[in-house]
Each structure stands twice: as C-alpha cells, then as structure tokens.
Write a protein that binds this ligand. Structure first.
Ligand code: SAJ
Length: 405
C-alpha cells in the first residue's frame, strides 16, 4: 500500500490521516505545532469531532500513524493546511506555499501531491511552479499534482470523508488519473475527474451557494422583523411550495469555510461577483442586527442580566472559529448593554477574546435560566432545545434559531 504524508493535522488532515492509517496505509502526519504532534503521538486528539478519538488511538497503536514536525518520504503527499484571508478579504495561501517548501526536498519521481485545502483558483498550478523552482533536478512530468477539495461537514467528518463524491482536478490528465486511483482506494462516493482550476472554483462555488442562500434567509428575517411577521412561520409556509427551500436564518454565518471562501471568488472576479459579495455583507451584518435587538430589549429593564446561550458557530460542536455568537457577546460587553452571562456546554473556559473583557461570565445553563432577564438563544445546541419552556416564562426571549417557538 502507498505511503502517505499528510501535511497539516487539523479538522481535515487529522481525520484523513487516521482514516487512511486505519485502512492500512502507512501514514506520516506533519504539523508545525509541537503540542499537536505530541498529542497525536500519544494517541490523543486536539480537536473535537465525533469518533475521531477512537480512530486516532487505534491508528497510532497499530503503528500506521506517526506524527512529527518534519515530512518524510512518501508516495502521496496531501496538503491540508489553512487558507485564511488577510485584511481586505484577500486570500492568504502562504501556508500552502510553506507546506510545498516543506515537502519539496522529499519528492521523488512518480510522487503524487494533492492539495485538499480550499484554495483560490490557480493555487494548484502555483504549487507546480514553486516545485519546479525548488526542485529543478526533477522532471516536472514526473511529479503528479492535483486538487481534491475537502467537502466534509464538521460533526460528520469521518462518515463524509468516505461517502461524499470527490472532485479530482489535476494540473494535467496524468495527474488527474493518478489522484483518481488514489481516492478510489478508500472513497465509496463517486470520484469525478476535472481540471485543477475547475475543481478549485467548484469547491468555492459550493460554499458560496450556501452563503447566498443563508443570506436570503437572514435578509428575510430582517424584513419580517420590520413588518412584525414571524419569520419561522413564514419560512414554513413558503417552503410548502415544491420548488422553494429557504434555509434557516440565524445570528450570522460562522466557521472557517462559508464565512471565508466566497471572498476568494470575489477577489478573483470582483466585478462579476456582485451577488456573492452582497451575500457576505448581509451575513456579516446579522450579528449587529441581533445586538440592536438586545439593546432595544435591555433598554426597558434596569440593570438587565442577559444570558447568551451558545458560543459555537453552529449546533453541537465546540468550534468557535468566526462564530457570530462570539462577535455578538463581545459587542454587547463592549457597549455595556447589561450584565452578560454565557452558556456554552462544549467548552470549559471562555475564549481569550471574551475573557479579557473581564465582564463576561461563563455559567451553567440552570444558573443562566434562573438569573436572566433577557435570554438570547444563539446556537441550537441539543441541550438548549430540551429546556423546560416553563423556565422561559416572564423573561424576554430573543431566539435567533427559532427552536423555542
Ligand atoms: N447556517 C445558518 N442557516 C442554515 C445553515 C447554516 O445560519 O440554514 C449557519 C450555521 O449556523 C453556521 C454557518 O451557517 O454558522 C455554516 O454552517 P454549515 O453547516 O452550513 O457549514 P460548515 O461551515 O460547517 O461546513 C461547510 C459545508 N459546505 C456546504 O455545506 C456547502 C461542508 O460540506 C464543507 O466541507 C465545509 O463548509 C468546508 O470545509 O468548506
């Protein structure tokens, strides 16, 4: 079986590495963070994802998964590093470049390099150019390079890595074929060949599609508030049409994908990407609209105690990245809107950005329900869905997820 080197052991790299190891591949994982490397080598994990702990433990115990700061020779190199954006929403592919530099000296003729990170159009071709500069001794046709964007949904990663269809786009037909053959060994979904640039835009388009549709729902929620109409009832009614499927409004769009990737399209085609840009702006403005709602409610109460339920960017996960809930709590605290309590069952300490404010307190759900004048529901966690509705009596409830109707 192929030897695989996975660079970047985060939400995509670690599940991929441990899954491959469990299928019998010899996998060497690489991360720039020494603590992450040590944790994995102990058979433990540094991120929360259902069943990942068991998989990593058995992968490490079997001897098929090792981790270190440095790459090692392999047949297949998978790059799964972050691709954030810088100020002004410009994509930052410096981690992809650093990962390419890190593996360059280990490459041998016949190796396959796969970029799984969500990337702006043209990034896979750049890897080819960088490698030609770094390894002039290698015949460029002897190294196969392809983009196979990850499409897994946090919370269901281990299932979706296997069952999702995969798009595989090489920088040339030989690279596409080689990457197809690799994924065929462990993916049960269909593997669909294309070119690298099309694969890159396809992934970006998927997340932009979702963002635009959520923006529509969020805009409707603002329209409904203005017209004093219940957006959740409206959505249910409209969705009875056989060709209408309005997504759910919420406090804004979070996570490291949907709130980020559409900007990569805007950056590469700014004049054409009007709707995609506007959708981003609509979704980014939603947290402020929620803060305004809370301020209006708090104005009627003396020294209001505001309980904010949920910090994660979506239900039943511990991931706070780009979370609109964190932004809302921060804005409420900075503007001293009231005394702020936070409930987040998936974390044991506040993130530094909230802790440093000094005025935000992490409390248990019961305490929040007991003390709050205003209950601000930000995440539809299971624990919040089960709240006894009697406990909401006499409080001002702002339910951004529509779970307590
Ligand atoms: N959200 C709403 N209303 C909805 C659906 C979602 O407000 O009706 C919000 C969520 O609360 C959250 C954000 O949108 O804040 C994003 O959540 P999500 O579940 O839509 O997506 P992610 O970011 O967890 O994962 C997405 C997925 N992409 C698509 O569904 C097109 C996943 O398949 C990708 O692999 C992932 O991005 C990624 O890594 O790119």
């Amino acid at each position: 079986m192929d030897k695989v080197c996975v660079v970047g052991l985060g939400y995509v790299g670690l599940p991929t590495a441990s899954l491959l190891a469990s299928k019998g591949f010899k996998v060497h994982g690489v991360d720039v963070n020494w603590q992450v490397v040590q944790t994995i080598n102990r058979g433990e994990i540094h991120i929360h994802e259902p069943d990942l702990d068991v998989l990593v433990k058995s992968a490490v115990n079997s001897g098929n998964l090792t981790a270190s700061l440095e790459p090692a020779p392999a047949d297949v190199f998978i790059l799964a590093v972050p691709t954030p954006f810088t100020d002004g929403h410009v994509p930052n592919i410096s981690y992809v470049e650093a990962a390419t530099r890190a593996i360059a000296s280990y490459l041998e003729p016949g190796n396959l390099v796969i970029l799984e990170s969500t990337s702006p159009v043209g990034t896979t071709e750049k890897i080819s150019v960088w490698l030609q500069e770094l390894r002039p001794d290698l015949d460029p046709n002897s190294i196969y390079i392809a983009h196979c964007p990850e499409r897994v949904l946090p919370g269901q990663i281990l299932k979706e890595i296997i069952t999702n269809d995969r798009i595989v786009g090489g920088i040339n037909p030989a690279s596409t074929a080689k990457a197809e053959a690799f994924y065929q060994q462990f993916v049960t979904g269909e593997i669909v060949p294309t070119q690298a640039r099309t694969a890159e835009l396809s992934k970006l388009a998927e997340n932009a599609f979702r963002d635009v549709n959520i923006a529509f729902a969020n805009e409707l929620s603002l329209i409904c508030e203005r017209l004093n109409i219940d957006v959740w009832e409206l959505r249910e009614l409209a969705n009875r049409h056989p060709r209408v499927n309005i997504l759910k409004p919420g406090p804004g769009v979070g996570g490291h994908c949907i709130a980020v990737d559409p900007w990569f399209i805007v950056d590469s085609a700014p004049e054409q990407a009007q709707l995609i840009r506007t959708a981003r702006q609509v979704n980014d403005s939603k947290p402020h609209a929620v803060v305004s709602q809370v301020k209006a409610a708090a104005a009627d109460v003396n020294q209001a105690v505001i309980a904010c339920l949920g910090l994660a960017y979506k239900a039943d996960i511990d991931d706070l990245r780009e979370s609109p809930s964190v932004a809302i709590v921060r804005e409420l605290a900075r503007e001293s809107v009231g005394h702020i309590l936070v409930v987040e069952p998936h974390i044991s300490a506040l993130p530094a950005s909230l802790d440093s404010l000094g005025s935000v307190q992490l409390v248990a759900l019961d305490v929040a329900l007991d003390k709050a004048d205003i209950l601000l529901l930000l995440v539809d966690h299971q624990a919040f869905k089960q709240v006894d509705r009697q406990k909401l009596q006499g409080k001002t409830v702002i339910d951004t997820r529509g779970i307590w109707r």
